[in-house]
Design a protein around this ligand. Structure first.
Ligand code: K7E
Ligand code: CUA
Length: 658
């Protein structure tokens, strides 16, 4: 077996920190590590056995959510979320198309960053997983009973929804924030202003999405903020429950060449939000209802299984200049990225991309500083606390380019260092580094199952690396990203496994498998099918014409379609194939594909009805077939549609087996 190491580990240094490289160097190890047989044992999940954890990794710019087994690293499934998926027709079928509606129209792609499991009492509960979309600001909710996207809500007055979708300890709220500040006048309408009026006209917003008992989302309120860039967030917990923390950079309020112009200040800010107080203001009708057009899409099998969209025109906006006590700024070095709250809820930790230390703020000191009005100034009516008054400590020598931190629940924090390519383990109480391990290469986020909740499962850590280089057989200029599984059960971290991930997995979540497994639906009950175009037996199959719209009520069961021969379709018709899968067994989907379709296939789960639209443009006979190898006679599962000229008077005829 060949082993190669990529040696230019500092190649991605921004110019501003190049000078300090010689001071800090890399951490001594040449990283020449090969997983030994002990490591192999620890990740080996024997054929027929199941992984201990689910790992949910954002698909980044593929807009999906990847599902992995941990510790094996096996890719189990992909949940389509913000992007159309040819694999099952998500975003193409009539049932799911509306999920991708936005105020900008149909958006078939998204950039997903942060999956976050729902929590009860600060612990992951396996009900749902939320994930944000950055480019067209949205948040999705995926039901872990069926591993399907059930709802997507758009975030108004936002551009680049990055500090999202982090939950409060009882999933009261999901966070969102605008990464890019935007021009907003009093009416919060998009303004036609010169970009260099940034400092006067651009503002930020932080959004709090309320989650109902059934999981339905609505934007409860937004908080108007200075025109910085808002980057990441995490909710408080335990003593800090009721608060949420958002990092910001570009406190310089630069609007060009941010690389330099937004790297000037020694400190930017973490915004500490008293969301409970803000929610009280919102309930009391404080703030202003502002224009904020956004679309909410949801799909529910009990309500027909067809996604519905609704447009909401307004949103409540709270202005910290008018409402006291909802926002405070914690000065934080330097262009911070991640913000993480430890499991006890006492410490707020930032990853300062350009900082040489990891600052650890104390929640208790923060509250004391607020109570004694220990301020060093204010920005847009928001008090700025004194750094020294709120600091618990600084982690020295944390590696170069600290980004994100997770926790093991045993008093230790683990921080990724992007530039020096390592994970650094440190003691939260005394802020001393106790261990470090190389990663290959340039980790962004990291994930410990439950590692951002109050009950981490501190056995494994997954480093999500941005650069793959020499870790897999090369595949041209482009390569999958790289995840690395690290054993954190002992004093020393041990690298166990590399496995590739699709898209760019920013954040990830992990959860004990049994919390999710028991909730699984195995099929949809036919008697519960409420789809308006269902055919729950072959006797119900039929074809109806309404002008040039043709509705085919079709069924599938091993191994035939009903009907499988259709005549009477004409060029210019718009044909809807409503296909109901009559199977009532686990793992017997049928596929439906027809020649010349300009969308995708359908992959229909047992008991489900899905609809593909087909607009034949030519005269001829067109085959359709099942795409999923469902039985020994799967290849026989086929049929024909005869398409006649537009002006022909051929009557409908259809059937199977006459
Ligand atoms: Cu990649 Cu959280 Cu979008 Cu950091 S983010 S790395
Ligand atoms: Cu049904 Cu193959």
């Amino acid at each position: 077996m060949k082993k190669r190491m990529y040696s230019h580990r500092l190649w991605m240094l921004p110019a501003v920190v190049l000078l300090s490289v010689t001071l800090f160097g890399c951490n001594g190890s040449n990283g020449n590590f090969s997983a030994n047989s002990d490591a192999a044992q620890k990740v080996y999940v024997a054929p027929g056995e199941l992984d201990e954890f689910y790992g949910f990794m954002s698909g980044g710019y593929n807009g999906q959510l990847g599902v992995y087994g941990i510790p094996s690293g096996r890719h189990i499934f992909t949940v389509p979320v913000f992007s159309q998926a040819a694999v099952n027709g998500y975003g193409y079928s009539e049932e799911s198309k509306a999920m991708l509606n936005t105020s900008h129209g149909f958006v078939p792609w998204g950039d997903a960053h942060h999956p976050e499991l729902s929590q009860t009492n600060g612990e992951t509960d396996g009900r749902w997983i939320f994930i944000n979309e950055n480019n067209t600001p949205r948040v999705a909710r995926i039901g872990l009973d069926e591993f399907k996207t059930q709802e997507i809500i758009e975030i108004p007055n936002s551009a680049g929804n990055h500090a999202s979708a982090f939950v409060t300890p009882n999933t009261e709220y999901v966070s969102a924030a605008t990464r890019f500040s935007i021009p907003m006048d009093e009416n919060m309408q998009g303004m036609d202003v010169p970009i260099d009026s940034y400092k006067d006209t651009f503002k930020g917003t932080l959004s709090f999405i309320k989650v109902s008992e059934e999981g339905k989302m609505n934007i409860d309120f937004q908080i108007l903020m200075p025109g910085f860039d808002y980057d990441l967030s995490h909710a408080g917990k335990g003593p800090s429950d009721g608060w949420a923390f958002f990092t910001s950079y570009n406190s310089e309020q630069a609007h060009t060449l941010l690389e330099i112009n937004a790297s000037k200040n020694d400190k930017d800010f973490i915004a500490a939000i008293n969301w409970r107080k803000a929610a009280e203001y919102a309930r009391a009708g404080e703030g202003t209802m502002m224009p904020g057009k956004h679309v909410r899409n949801y799909i529910d099998h009990e309500e027909g299984g067809i996604a519905k969209s609704e447009t909401i025109d307004e949103v409540r906006v709270l202005d910290p200049r008018e409402l006291d006590g909802i926002v405070y700024f914690l000065p934080t070095p330097k262009s911070p990225h991640g913000v993480d709250v430890d499991p006890t809820g006492q410490y707020i930790i930032a990853g300062g991309k350009l900082s040489t230390v990891i600052p650890v703020h104390s929640f208790e000191k923060m509250i004391n500083a607020i109570d004694s009005e220990d301020y060093e100034g204010e920005v847009m009516g928001i008090p700025v606390l004194k750094y020294d008054s709120i600091l618990h400590g600084e982690v020295e020598d944390p590696g170069l380019g600290p980004l994100h931190t997770e926790f093991d629940g045993k008093g230790f924090a683990y921080t990724t260092a992007f530039i020096s390519s390592e994970v650094v383990k440190w003691d939260i109480e005394n802020t001393q580094v106790v261990d470090r391990i190389d990663t290959y290469y340039s980790p962004g986020h990291l994930m410990i199952p439950g590692g951002d909740s109050q009950k981490p499962d501190g056995k494994y850590l997954v480093a999500l690396n941005k650069i793959t280089k020499d870790r897999y057989l090369p595949t041209g200029p482009e390569m999958f990203h790289s995840a690395q599984l690290i054993d954190i059960s002992g004093d020393k971290m041990q690298l166990l496994l590399d496995f590739p991930t699709e898209g760019e997995p920013h954040y990830a979540q992990g959860i004990a498998a049994e919390k999710v497994m028991d909730r699984q639906k195995r099929f949809y009950k036919l008697e519960d099918n409420t789809h308006p175009y269902r055919a729950t037996s072959e006797a119900q199959t039929k074809i109806e014409r309404d002008g040039n719209e043709v509705h085919v009520y079709m069924t599938t069961i091993r191994s035939h379609f009903a009907p499988d021969n259709i005549e009477g379709i004409k060029v210019g018709d718009k044909v809807y194939f409503h296909v109901t899968n009559l199977e009532q067994d686990w793992d017997v989907p049928h596929g439906f594909a027809i020649k010349g379709a300009n969308n995708a296939e359908l992959l229909i789960m047992p008991g489900e009805t899905l609809t593909l639209t087909w607009e034949p443009k030519e005269v001829g006979v067109f085959p359709f077939y099942c795409t999923d190898f469902c039985s020994a006679l799967h290849q026989e599962m086929q049929g024909y549609v005869r398409v006649s000229p537009e002006n022909s008077d051929i009557d409908f005829s259809y059937g199977t087996g006459q």
